[in-house]
Design a protein around this ligand. Sequence first.
Ligand SMILES: CC(C)(COP(=O)(O)OP(=O)(O)OC[C@H]1O[C@@H](n2cnc3c(N)ncnc32)[C@H](O)[C@@H]1OP(=O)(O)O)[C@@H](O)C(=O)NCCC(=O)NCCS
Length: 198
Amino acid sequence: MITNIGTMQIETEKLIVKNFDIGGVVMLKTKRLSLVPLSKEYSEDLIKLWGDYDVIKYTYSTLMNTQEECLGNLIMWLTLQRDNSGPNKFAIFLNNNFIGIAGFPVIHNDNFKCGFFYQIIREYWNNGYGFEAANALLNYIFEKHPQATINADAVVNNPASIKILAKLGFSQICIEEKGFKNNGMELDIVHFGFKSKK
Ligand SMILES: CC(C)(COP(=O)(O)OP(=O)(O)OC[C@H]1O[C@@H](n2cnc3c(N)ncnc32)[C@H](O)[C@@H]1OP(=O)(O)O)[C@@H](O)C(=O)NCCC(=O)NCCS
């Protein structure tokens, strides 16, 4: 039996965010998107992200060539970064189409310190989906963990990511010169933080 055991509604910049906990299955709903916990079921879709250099180049992922590689990486992610307090990585859907992922890997459980990331399939960029998904995630984090501290960073060459963090209200902490080292690049990186007001 499916039971709706809790709903929450927050109005943020004209986006209605509803978080449903349906029989223990979390689903985040925004005006246009649904975010559901990432699982092996979606590994076939991940090649559209992790197999695209333009998507992974400013992240700590490396380019993957096969669905098997994506599945292996996903299993490692889901195993190593398990958090007993609930899902922290989500698949993003637009009208039942997978368009990306977003999440908050837990760094420390004490006082809940976590990271923050989002990746959208390239053909869907520039429609506001990255911001919309990240906003839903941020609301969910503070609903579940009011004491949370969130760390996020973005390479200076990634203005869309920097804009999303700034629009969400993250504070810029510092710019670390050549702080990003991956995919053969050394780039300056902006560190951001978001701390609960509680
Ligand atoms: C970062 C990313 C998620 C943004 O997704 P998106 O759906 O295109 O983002 P949005 O459409 O919500 O745009 C966010 C803002 O960035 C702006 N923007 C988008 N692309 C831009 C670009 N190339 N240059 C400058 N600004 C840009 C948008 O105009 C928007 O600003 P606005 O709200 O003032 O209009 C997407 O580019 C992506 O998946 N990149 C690869 C993965 C990645 O780098 N993730 C971040 C690190 S974890």
